[in-house]
Structure formats: C-alpha cells, structure tokens
Design a protein around this ligand. Structure first.
Ligand SMILES: C[S@@+](CC[C@H](N)C(=O)[O-])C[C@H]1O[C@@H](n2cnc3c(N)ncnc32)[C@H](O)[C@@H]1O
Length: 246
C-alpha cells in the first residue's frame, strides 16, 4: 500500500517546503484546540497518525499523558528525537487498524491522515475501534481537508523545488469515487534522470459521510468547525474538523 512507504525523508522535506511554517502551525493548532475543547492536563490523549509528533509534543508539554501512533519509522524517528525529554509521551509504531488496548479521553487525527484505505469498510472499522478506545464523555477529532475548497482550488500540475530536487506533481480527481491521486516524479534538475517516482491516493469525505461513520460506531455529533479556534465550517474553510463524543 502506498502509505506504508510514502512518509519518508522526501515527504518530510516536501512537508516543510510546501509550508515552511508547518511545525509552528501544528503546534499552534494543538494549543488552540486544547483551549477550545477545555482539555485538562489529567486527560489521556491519543495522537492517531502522529507523524513527526508536532501536536503530541505540545500536549506533552502541558503534562498530559500522550500516546502517538504511526506506521512510519522515519516520522516516528523525528517524533522520538523531539520528545526525548518527555517521559509522559510514548510513541508506538503501529497500524491504526491493529487492536488498541488502552483507553483515552481524547483521540486526535490531524491533517488528513484518514482516507488512505481502499474501501470505506476499513475506515468504518477505525471509528468502531476508536469508540471502544475512548472513555465515556471522551472525544474523537477528525481533521481532513475541506473537499469543497480543495475542488475549487484544484491544480492538475505543480512543481516543487526542494533542496536541489525538482518534484513534478500530477494530480487527478475522481469525483465519482471522491478520490484524489497525486503522482510525484523527482529529478535533480529539469530534464535529468528520474530519481524517485511515487503515487498516493486519498479518498475525501463530506462532513455528512464522516458523521454517519461516527454515528454507526456509537458516537454522538459534538461539533463541526473550520479551524482550531472553533470558527464556523464554510465552503471556503481550509479544513473540515469534526468532533464526535462518546
Ligand atoms: C499527512 S501525515 C500527517 C501527520 C501528522 N498527523 C501531522 O499532522 O503532521 C499522515 C501520517 O499518517 C500515517 N499513517 C498513514 N496510514 C497509517 C496507518 N494505517 N496506521 C498508522 N499511521 C498511518 C503516516 O505514516 C503519516 O505519518
């Protein structure tokens, strides 16, 4: 599966190049949502698909017990390095589809880390798993890109220059299956030999679809927002942030 190998050094460079303030923005988002949802430092937090750990470290700084879970060795390497002073943050290399035995008060899934599976059934199972892993009155937050804004601003061809590499991104949208496919071709210089080629495919969801998965798992709708300060979700919001409650 593409997501087992995609999140490596090249991806991390792309992430920081695509948005040079990425780490800072993740940290800010974590602090904003902490305040907005009224999280207490005794709440136990799971950062699902934690990547480099930018959010989980902010929660750890507040004294919370935090578990970051991710499939990518490389992303976890960064997370563990950055959090090496925090005994209350634990990182585990685990597919989010495998069993979770612990219980949490908040589960977060930041920055479009769901939607990678080949069928909706697998995602529905994740919602069921999170329901069982969350304490009563606990919350599950899902943050994905806003499909309406994404489609309105869709660009078929993009070129990124990253530390001496030129990455050409060709994108296709399938509006029937609600999927976007991005293919990358990386070269040292334009026209030179290809040194990396890879493709990713993400299924995008409407709020209604995600709420239905949540309700089927037993969650109640809590709120739908367009940013981490709680701004109303609109057609032109950058993000679709859904909060479900057990
Ligand atoms: C777009 S990145 C987001 C990372 C992080 N949440 C952030 O906000 O920066 C997606 C992350 O999901 C992880 N991931 C993808 N599929 C996964 C799976 N099935 N189980 C665990 N982690 C997964 C990837 O390794 C990657 O670190």
């Amino acid at each position: 599966m593409w997501y087992e190998t995609f999140f490596d050094d090249l991806y991390i460079k792309w992430q920081d190049n695509f948005d040079e303030n990425y780490q800072y923005e993740c940290e800010k988002d974590a602090n904003d949502i902490y305040e907005y949802l009224g999280i207490k430092n005794t709440d136990k937090i799971l950062d699902l698909c934690c990547g480099c750990g930018y959010h989980s470290i902010e929660f750890g700084k507040k004294g919370n017990n935090v578990v970051g879970m991710d499939l990518s060795k490389k992303m976890l390497e960064y997370a563990k390095y950055n959090a090496h002073n925090f005994k209350n943050i634990q990182y585990i290399e685990q597919d989010i589809r495998s069993p979770i035995n612990d219980k949490f008060d908040f589960v977060f899934c930041f920055n479009t880390s769901l939607g990678y599976f080949d069928n909706d059934y697998e995602l529905e199972n994740i919602f069921g798993k999170m329901y069982r892993a969350i304490n009563l009155n606990g919350k599950f937050l899902i943050d994905v890109f806003n499909p309406f804004k994404f489609i309105n601003n869709f660009k078929e061809n993009l070129i990124f220059d990253i530390e001496g590499l030129s990455i050409y991104q060709k994108s296709k949208i399938n509006l029937v299956n609600q999927e976007v496919q991005n293919s990358w071709t990386a070269r040292k210089a334009e026209g030179s030999q290809i040194i990396d080629e890879r493709t990713m495919k993400i299924r995008f969801y409407t709020a209604k679809e995600l709420i239905k998965f949540g309700n089927n798992a037993g969650f109640k709708f809590d709120r739908l927002i367009g940013d981490y300060k709680g701004k109303e979700y609109k057609v032109d919001s950058d993000r679709l942030i859904l909060v479900l409650k057990k």
